[in-house]
Design a protein around this ligand. Sequence first.
Ligand SMILES: Cc1cc2nc3c(=O)[nH]c(=O)nc-3n(C[C@H](O)[C@H](O)[C@H](O)COP(=O)(O)OP(=O)(O)OC[C@H]3O[C@@H](n4cnc5c(N)ncnc54)[C@H](O)[C@@H]3O)c2cc1C
Length: 384
Amino acid sequence: MDFSLNEEQTVMVKMIRDFVKKELQSTYAHWDRTDDFPVEHWRKMGNLGLIGMNVASEEGGQGTDSVTTGLAAEEIAKGDSNMAIASFVVGELITGIIEKYGSGQAKKDWLGPIIAGKKVPALCVTEPHAGTDASAMHSRAIRKGDRYILSGEKSGITLMMSSDMGIVFAKTNPEAGARGISAFVVPTDLPGITRQSYEDIGGKCLKRGSMFMDEVEVPDEYLLGKEGEGFKIVMRGFDFSRVILALICIGAAEITLEETIKYTKERHAFNMPLAKFEGVSFPIAEHCSIIEAVRCLCYRSLWLRDQGLPHTAEAAMCKWMAPRYAVNAIRDCLLLHGHYGYTQEFPIEQRLRDIMGIEIADGTAQVSKIVITREIFGREFLPY
Ligand SMILES: Cc1cc2nc3c(=O)[nH]c(=O)nc-3n(C[C@H](O)[C@H](O)[C@H](O)COP(=O)(O)OP(=O)(O)OC[C@H]3O[C@@H](n4cnc5c(N)ncnc54)[C@H](O)[C@@H]3O)c2cc1C
């Protein structure tokens, strides 16, 4: 077992740390307050090769393995967890799907521009009445000659208000349940599309929103894979994105713990540094232990993925544990800063709001535990 970074990973981590220090950390709060998506960061991340890293180099990506992408996501999250989500969750999922299932035209129109940070994507699965039970979606896609006509509503979509395109999941055969769902590239400026934003408590710059589709026409070249393959396509991506989301939580918790260790060494009460009180240092010691353990599980899951080995249960374990324990750690760190932690002088309150959303995104803790149960007990022991 080798836990050290190779040369390429060492160089990449250093490059990202510089970027985080110079550009992301100082603007993290700004983009929260202004509620805008920082397109300039997105472009810069494209220039640095941090979007679509997994995509093969012949298709314009970096051909990076999963472990290396995880390292990048963890480091970026130390500066701005929202940009890490935009790039390593939404960006990776979308470019991975287009690379694997897109027609030549879909690739030509979208793959390069997204990887370069020139276009912003969104992944549109959830609907107002179909979240956890995603296969109960109502959106329809009906074939008409060489086009598909899409109608329905997608909700809770990250980056919706800033996106140039979405991969939209809709039913081509409603009688077939999950096997009747297909995936389409849908440019968001097409006639028949309207969008509406949410007032989320966190992840504000990611401008989550709903998309309403009223007889939106897309060319059949924008069908991804075959009709009926949509659910399989998105579920396969979740085994990756769930671990990446977990590492984003770990990165945010790590930087918060680091800051809190420094703060409690410097701040005094009763004539000594706060860090001397075990009531202060023990919670930090506990959080550091748990975060390190979950971090190891995340990298093991990504390593399994890189070996082509099953990792569905491990990914689901990471997905429920990382946001839960990161939120616990960030909350305690906030309290250890006293009143200052409760103000917007420090980034901790924003991290708490931002990371809490990851407890829901891409499947809640309950869904993760259903997946783990299915994997360890067997499908026949699910209640439905
Ligand atoms: C920050 C954030 C980002 C998101 N980004 C996207 C995106 O980019 N694209 C997208 O398509 N969607 C996105 N979503 C939507 C997200 O996928 C859904 O919110 C999530 O799947 C839960 O669905 P729901 O909100 O409809 O809750 P529901 O499905 O209504 O669930 C409500 C509660 O019931 C619990 N529950 C449901 N079924 C069971 C069960 N069988 N057993 C036990 N408990 C159960 C859930 O765990 C949850 O606590 C995002 C959400 C958030 C918060």
